[in-house]
Design a binder for this molecule. Structure first.
Ligand code: FAD
Length: 472
C-alpha cells in the first residue's frame, strides 16, 4: 500500500492547503503503529491572503518579480496606500536585510511580518493583522505576463486590483515538513540505492508513503518549489523498490483479517451516526482546535503555551467523543466524514505540540525566542572574536544535541512517545545560519577557521566544553 495523501493543514483550521488536507489517512496509520517524523516542523508561508473560510496563497513569485513588503510608519494609517509618501513607508525587510531584501527565506519573512504587526504594532489594519505587498511600481503588461494568474486570484477574492493597489497579506500555515517516517537504503556514494524495497517504506512493513505525507526531505524548513521535486523523487524511488519487492513470496493475508477490519469500521460508523444527545458540534470543536494550534504552534512558540495547549487539545478530544451529528443519513453525509477526520486530527495535534515542546532550540520554521542564540554584543575586535568563538561552541553543542529527527510513536494511552534519530549529514555538513545576525561576519570567519582546522586534524574540531542539558 502506498500513501500519497498530502499534508495536515486542517489541524490548524485555516491554511493555504486544500480542504482535503485533514491528515486523516496518515493519522490512522500512525494510530495503527507507524512512526511519525518531525511533526513539529510546520511551514508558515509569509504571504497569504487572509480569508474567513481559508487562507489563499499569494505566491512567492510576487516577491520574486520585485514585490516590496511594507507598512506605513504611522500605525494603522487610514490613508489610501497609494497616497502615502515613500518617506512614510517602512520597507522593513529591505532595511533589516539589505543583502537579501524582500527575498529572505520563508521563515524569516514570516517572523518579520508577524513581529512588525504584533510587537511593533504596525499592522495595516487594527482588527486584522496584515502588511502591504506592493507590485504597483511594476508595469501592468509585465505583471499580466508574469503573474496574471495569481493576481486574478487576489482580485477575485478581495475585489481589489493588485496591479494598481498594494495587496494586504499575512503569514499562513502552508506545508507539513513532518509526516510518516520512511526508510531508505544508502548507496555507497551516500545517496539512495535505486530499487531498494526499503526506500520510502514506513515502519510498518509493506506500507509506503510518498509526497507531502512523508517526513523525509525537508528537515525543519522546506525551500520554495522543493515539494513538487520531492513528490516526483519519492514517487520514482518508491515505485522501483515496490516493483522489485512485488515478486517476493509472502503469505497472503487471511481473508478474515479484512472482514474483521471492515466490520470494525462499520460498527464505528454506525455508532457515530446513532449517537444522540452528546451535544458537541464537530465544526465548533474544529474551530477551537484551529485557533489554538495557530496561536501557539506556528510562528513563535513558547513552552508554557505549548504545554497548556497540549492539555487543551486533550480536552477537545474528549469533547469530540460527545459529538452528535446533524445529518444521520448514509447518503453523501459530509458531516460524518468530517467528524471522523476531526477525530484523527487530535493525535497529530498532540505530536506536533509535544515535539515542539521538547525541542528547546530554534531550527528552521521552529522558532522559540527563549532559546534563540543572540548575535555579538561586543564592539571591540577582541571581544567580538571571543563572543564569536563562544557562539560557535554553542552552535556545535546545539547541533550535537538537536540535529536529529523527532520520531513520534502513538502510545497505548493515546499520547505520543518521542525519541530522536541521528541524521546522516555526510554529504552536506551543518553550518551556522546567520541571516541578519549582528556580528554574523565574525562568526562566519571563526567557523571557516574551524572547518579548515578540522580538515587538518582529520575531522576533529577543537571545542571548549559547553554545558547542555541531557537529551530528552
Ligand atoms: C497553494 C499552494 C501552492 C503551492 N505551490 C508550490 C510550488 O509552486 N512548488 C512546490 O514545489 N510546491 C508547492 N506547494 C506544495 C505542493 O503543492 C504540495 O506539497 C504537493 O502538492 C503535495 O503533493 P502530494 O501529492 O503529496 O499531496 P496532495 O497534492 O495534497 O494530494 C493528496 C491527495 O490525497 C487525497 N487524500 C487525502 N486523504 C485521503 C484519504 N483519507 N483517502 C483517499 N484520498 C485521500 C486528496 O484528495 C489528494 O488528492 C504548494 C502548496 C499550496 C497549498
Amino acid at each position: 500500500v502506498i500513501l500519497a495523501t498530502g499534508g495536515c493543514g486542517l489541524v490548524y483550521g485555516r491554511s493555504t492547503m486544500s480542504m482535503v488536507c485533514t491528515g486523516s489517512a496518515v493519522s490512522r496509520v500512525y494510530q495503527a503503529g507507524a512512526a511519525y517524523g518531525n511533526g513539529e516542523f510546520i511551514q508558515v508561508h509569509p504571504t497569504a491572503i487572509p480569508g474567513a473560510d481559508k487562507l489563499r496563497l499569494m505566491s512567492e513569485s510576487a516577491r520574486g518579480e520585485g514585490g516590496r513588503v511594507w507598512v506605513p510608519r504611522t500605525p494603522q494609517d487610514t490613508r489610501d496606500p497609494r497616497t502615502i509618501p515613500e518617506a512614510e513607508r517602512f520597507y522593513f525587510l529591505e532595511e533589516r536585510y539589505p543583502k537579501y531584501m524582500n527575498l529572505v527565506p520563508r521563515d524569516i519573512a514570516t517572523r518579520e511580518i508577524f513581529d512588525i504587526c504584533t510587537t511593533d504594532g504596525l499592522s495595516v489594519e487594527k482588527d486584522r493583522l496584515c502588511v502591504y505587498l506592493d507590485l504597483t511600481h511594476i508595469p501592468k503588461e509585465t505583471l499580466d505576463r508574469k503573474l496574471g494568474g495569481i493576481l486574478d486570484i487576489y482580485e477575485k477574492f478581495q475585489g481589489v486590483d493588485p496591479r494598481t493597489t498594494p495587496m494586504k497579506i499575512f503569514p499562513a500555515v502552508h506545508y507539513s515538513m513532518g509526516g510518516l517516517w520512511v526508510d531508505y537504503e544508502r548507496s555507497p556514494t551516500g545517496g539512495m540505492l535505486e530499487g531498494s524495497p526499503r526506500n520510502q517504506q514506513t515502519s510498518l512493513p509493506g506500507l509506503y508513503a510518498i509526497g507531502e505525507c512523508d517526513y523525509q526531505y525537508h528537515g525543519a524548513n522546506r525551500l520554495g518549489a522543493n515539494s513538487l521535486l520531492s513528490c516526483i523523487f519519492s514517487g520514482l524511488f518508491c515505485a522501483a523498490g515496490v516493483q522489485a519487492s512485488a515478486g517476493a513470496k509472502r503469505a497472503p493475508a487471511a481473508e478474515s483479517l479484512y472482514a474483521a477490519a471492515l466490520r470494525r469500521e462499520e460498527e464505528r460508523h454506525e455508532a457515530l451516526i446513532q449517537r444522540r444527545g452528546g451535544g458537541e458540534n464537530p465544526y465548533g470543536i474544529h474551530h477551537e482546535l484551529g485557533d489554538l494550534m495557530t496561536r501557539v504552534a506556528t510562528v513563535v512558540r513558547r513552552n508554557d503555551q505549548l504545554a497548556a495547549a497540549y492539555d487543551e487539545v486533550c480536552a477537545l478530544e474528549e469533547r469530540w467523543r460527545r459529538c452528535s451529528l446533524s445529518d444521520t443519513g448514509n447518503w453523501t453525509n459530509q458531516n460524518v466524514v468530517f467528524t471522523k477526520s476531526l477525530g484523527d486530527m487530535f493525535p497529530l495535534a498532540k505530536l506536533i505540540l509535544k515535539g515542539a515542546l521538547l525541542r528547546d532550540e530554534c531550527r528552521g520554521a521552529h522558532y522559540k525566542p527563549d532559546f534563540e542564540m543572540p548575535g555579538i554584543a561586543a564592539t571591540d575586535p577582541e571581544g567580538k572574536r571571543r563572543e564569536a568563538e563562544e557562539w560557535c561552541d554553542r552552535f556545535e553543542a546545539n547541533t550535537n544535541k538537536w540535529l536529529k529527527s523527532t520520531i513520534a510513536n502513538h502510545g497505548a494511552d493515546g499520547h505520543p512517545q518521542i525519541t530522536y534519530e541521528d541524521i546522516d549529514t555526510s554529504l552536506i555538513p551543518p553550518r551556522p545560519r546567520l541571516y541578519g545576525l549582528v556580528g554574523g561576519e565574525v562568526i562566519e570567519e571563526v567557523w571557516r577557521e574551524r572547518l579548515r582546522a578540522r580538515e587538518v586534524n582529520g575531522g576533529q574540531v577543537a571545542t571548549r566544553e559547553v554545558g547542555v542539558g541531557a537529551q530528552s
